[in-house]
Design a protein around this ligand. Structure first.
Ligand code: BGC
Length: 471
């Protein structure tokens, strides 16, 4: 196991000396994972409402109907952020809460909730970073194909215009879409997330349409003239081949293309990557797209949001189990390569490798691949789940999360030549509803008792608070 003790001094005052002036510290959440109140305030149904109600979809059988009840407790949550000393807070708008069925005018009650939240944040001196789309597609749009339907991209553009009109005066930064990779792979290719399709490579139009939606959303935000910065968020996972063999390297390349490059290249370079030699058939859906679409996708951005959780190791040959980092997918067994473990690293509660060195690899790849085309970068998510338990005195001693954050932050704070790193958003402020894993994975700096909804800051919260205070 790799020894991560290279952060020799976790003393917050010492650690704070690493933080350059102006570097932004935030936390991130998403609407569906924290809000609850799924039938209140005139909210319409979302594809995740449908998915979580299907038997066997969520590992602990839970739903996000109440989640953290943030819809009612947002004041308490903003107070926690203020006490933590955050500069910024990244959250997402629930599309079906604001625009029923993803069409037409705004639902006043939905808008009013985000008005209250934005005002509360600004009063606390916290800059809002707003994600337009973090996976909760209005169910009506799902019924007409969701992201397999090109029209959904247009709908996201219209939603962006509506959000810009309603909130543009108060939003500091906009993220159009969050992790189209995860929606495409988990939602449409493997069926672990909503809408639960197992289309494998036939899911690629869902990727293209989300990217197109990103482009339309940027155009809409710019047309309204919002003063806030505009960007998008992709999750990056550096890919290595399991063995020094051509077949492993080939599939590692295929995976890198489908996980990283097809989402970042068109946004930053205006073109889809060339598929690895011999894999053209798999990527045909993307090689046939119109140049006009690529122009829409390739908008100038004020920043690029990068989420990093873990690297991926690929070995040629179909896997024996359907195991993936986010849950079991039967259809995974049909894929001609498998995702291999990283026994050299410690594991998170999810079983994911703790590999800060691969965050450095990702940053290096970004510079190599995108160079001057890369706008300033924010790490819009990074964090870890552990089964945090209350200690004898009632506190949550999540030392492993402190180590994790210190190690990953140190990489970002050290900087990487050729990349303008502006901030880091911890996933997540609160323990919340972790999609297909339900309440079984706790990512929060703040513990949430899912029965009483009581919030208790963990030791990691106290550590970060002391670092931020000592800047
Ligand atoms: C997503 C979050 C999720 C986190 C941990 C990211 O992929 O944006 O919604 O909770 O990872 O799995």
């Amino acid at each position: 196991m790799t020894d991560h003790s290279h952060i020799d001094d976790l003393d917050p005052a010492v650690f704070a000396q690493r933080v350059p002036p102006g570097f932004v510290f935030g936390t991130a959440t998403s609407a569906f994972q924290v809000e609850g109140a799924v039938r209140e305030g005139g909210r319409g149904p979302s594809t995740w409402d449908t998915f979580m109600a299907q038997p066997g979809r969520i590992s602990d059988g839970s739903t996000a109907a109440i989640a953290d009840d943030h819809y009612h407790r947002y004041r308490e949550d903003v107070a926690l952020m203020k006490e933590l000393g955050l500069d910024a807070y990244r959250f997402s708008l629930s599309w079906p809460r604001i625009q029923h069925g993803g069409k037409g005018g705004a639902n006043r009650e939905g808008v009013a909730f985000y008005d209250r939240l934005l005002d509360e944040l600004l009063a606390a001196g916290i800059r809002p970073m707003v994600t337009l789309y973090h996976w909760d597609t209005p169910e009506e749009l799902q019924q007409t194909g969701g992201w397999m339907n090109r029209d959904t991209a247009k709908r996201l553009g219209d939603f962006a215009a509506l959000a810009a009109e309603a909130f543009g005066d108060r939003v500091d930064q906009w993220v159009t879409i969050n992790e189209p990779t995860t929606v495409t792979l988990n939602g449409y290719a493997l069926g672990i997330h909503a809408p639960g399709h197992g289309m494998l490579f036939n899911a690629l139009p869902a990727a293209h349409h989300q990217l197109l939606g990103h482009g339309y959303a940027v155009q809409a935000l710019r047309a309204v003239g919002v003063p806030g910065g505009i960007g998008m968020t992709n999750v990056h996972s550096p890919v290595v081949s399991a063995r020094d063999r051509m077949t492993d390297r080939f599939f590692a390349n295929v995976f890198d293309t489908v996980h990283n490059r097809i989402f970042a290249d068109p946004v930053l370079l205006g073109q889809y990557p060339k598929p690895p030699f011999g894999s053209g058939r798999l990527f045909r859906a993307l090689s046939e797209v119109d140049d006009e679409d690529l122009k829409v996708i390739h908008q100038p951005l004020d920043f690029y949001g990068l989420n990093y959780y873990m690297p991926t190791r690929i070995r040629a040959g179909s896997p024996k189990t359907g195991e993936t980092p986010d849950g079991e997918a039967e259809v995974m067994k049909e894929v001609p390569f498998s995702l291999e473990p990283f026994p050299e690293f410690a594991k998170t509660g999810f079983g994911w490798p703790v590999a800060p060195e691969y965050l450095a690899v990702t940053l290096g790849d970004m510079v190599e691949r995108y160079g001057d085309a890369l706008p300033p970068v924010y790490i819009t998510e990074g964090g870890v789940s552990y089964p945090d338990a209350r200690g004898a005195t009632g506190a949550f001693h999540d030392d492993r999360r402190i180590d994790y954050l210190a190690e990953h932050l140190a990489i970002v704070l050290n900087g990487a030549p050729g990349i303008d790193l502006r901030g880091y958003f911890v996933w997540s402020l609160l323990d919340n509803w972790e999609w297909a894993a339900g309440f079984s994975q706790r990512f929060g700096l703040v513990h949430v008792d899912f029965d009483t909804l009581e919030r208790t800051p963990k030791d990691s919260y106290r550590w970060l608070q002391a670092v931020l205070a000592a800047r």
